[in-house]
Design a protein. Sequence first.
Length: 216
Amino acid sequence: MDPGSHGVKRRYDASKRRESARSRRRAVVVAAQQLFERDGFRATTLAAVAERAGVSVKGLYNSFGSKADLAKAVFDFVIAGDDQPIPVAKRPEQLAMRAESEIHRKIEMFTRGLAHRQRRAAQVIILIRDGRHVDDSLAPVWDQLGAEALAGATIVGRDWLATGELRAGIELDEVRDVLANYFRIDNYEWLVLQQGWTFERYTRWLGRTIVDALCR
């Protein structure tokens, strides 16, 4: 037997194991999303998630820890739209936006991406936001979402300031805070979910509002 074949087999097996583990994790996250959105955070048990995903409760605990940690994993999944381990800031749409030189085009690309993420994640974000008032374990998750929003807004704000096309005298902290304000789900919830705005109307409004707030 070729002695090198053992190494190839081990690498192949390791790859298969990683893919199997990733598939199980994805199944758990999808099951949790479905149950959270159907039954709410408090009523959903980890045992119910494990049963729906076809995994053991022990395995679920080992992979995710608490139910609040699982809620954060669901958020990460829906905000990205997949389970690829790539931060939103490093995804192709964000890289393309930063490569664009004209500020209005940057804002158009940014707001369309943001609106799509809000549409995918709205129910989960609202669940975490409201659930923290009745379940303390969600409070740190909500705080983490806020910190991540500020970090993302800072990255975008620096990029936009570098164009020199924002209004005179505006500084990074204001750009960051304005953008982070529109990261919040409240606007989408009110205008789309409650007032019945179409997704396109909301996206256009979001773009105009950010232009008015930041551009000269």
